[in-house]
Ligand binder design. Sequence first.
Ligand SMILES: Nc1ncnc2c1ncn2[C@@H]1O[C@H](COP(=O)(O)OP(=O)(O)OP(=O)(O)O)[C@@H](O)[C@H]1O
Ligand SMILES: [Mg+2]
Length: 443
Amino acid sequence: MPASLIVWILTALILTAVLTQRWWEPRLAARGVDVNGWPLRWWIGGYPRVVLRMWFTWRRVCLLNGLSISNRGNMRRVGDIAVTGMVLRPKPPRMTFPMPTRGGLTVRVYMHPGQTPSPYLSAAHALEHAWRVYGVRVSSPARGQVLFKVTALDPLTGERPAHGGEELRLLQANVGRTEEDDIWLIDFRKVPHWLVTGATQSGKSTLLAALIRALSVQRVALVGIDCKGGMELGLFQNRFHLLATSRTEALGVLGTLVTEIETRMRACRTAGVRSIWDLHEIDRPAPVVVIVDELAELFLSDGSREARDETEQCAVNLLRLAQLGAALGVHLVLAGQRVGSDLGPRVTALRSQLGGRIAHRSHDEASAVMTLGDVNEDAVIVAQTISEDERGVAVVVSGGRWKRARSDLVGAADIAQIANTRGPQWPFLSGPVLEKEEGQAGG
Ligand SMILES: Nc1ncnc2c1ncn2[C@@H]1O[C@H](COP(=O)(O)OP(=O)(O)OP(=O)(O)O)[C@@H](O)[C@H]1O
Ligand SMILES: [Mg+2]
């Protein structure tokens, strides 16, 4: 088979490269190529093995999963009788040469005329077992073709260096990596508001820290609300324009932000535009990302009238920010263990405004359903498979599609570095109001 010859030739080339590594490695390093980052073990050992397995099993897997067809009809005439039967040796669809990636491979398959991608989607699980790989993701990038993205091992386990160096737009944050070994990108211009949930110690605050790290180098104003006394977000106090550590302070900060969106609305109306992104660059205020850790603390009331009024006002202000903020450059990231109607009457309306959902390990099915049930039912099942050992692993749903991802761990050195970064100098349009409020909020 000429294809297997190609694999052996490739393997021989890679082996030669390994044996002569001492010669070429320093030369490449001198030119700025980091060979240590290459997944040589996978390319030399795993990749040829998986490719051979794919070729040897392809015909059988296609037959068993209904992907093969025959050009000849399945009816024959025997004497005067027409007999219907199964055609022997139907043809599997044509597969291109599998191309190695950092942690797996990709292969394109040309569908037979009359086929759709759905039987290929159903066969993905069978392919994972037949090829003994962690995952097979099926997509259809062009008509008549399906693309298999094969992941050899779970990329979310073990210690792996964080991805970096990619050019990102304003409000795009690289917070970790996905199970396809891509960067995990939170893009507020595409999905303006996010909900983050998970049981205690599942990785919510770590994800928020990764988000703050990514946004801290951009021209973005950060506002924090951490009613756990500022234990988590207080670490980044210097980078926040406003930080509230109690519900009373949070109410002040949220009121300030509502005033800010009203000012931005007026500015847009005066300029005759529909969002701050249509304003001239010089007049455009910096976007604001409001990060709330432990949302339930905002809604917790001791039953007194004053506390009830405060929680009610917090809920109304958050809802206004969620409803009006996207076009005005005010974005919300709300994190909590459970975000259900038991927190208050406005929570369901608030949740429905948060298009992006991130669910870490949950205590029970109901919590996963609260986060993901209304956007993607499959994701609820996947979220429940996250184990206690998989801290930081989450199911991310945006635009109706789900993926598994893991946030980067933010260490003490990163925290110190973030604390030294400075945000945009005056990000708000409603300046004097904020100056007054800032003093109150302790930011
Ligand atoms: N992405 C990650 N990679 C590795 N370890 C992680 C990751 N995320 C979290 N952890 C580990 O899990 C621990 C708990 O994480 P974190 O404090 O973010 O959880 P949490 O959901 O905010 O918990 P709580 O509800 O108690 O505030 C961290 O101290 C860290 O050791
Ligand atoms: Mg936390």
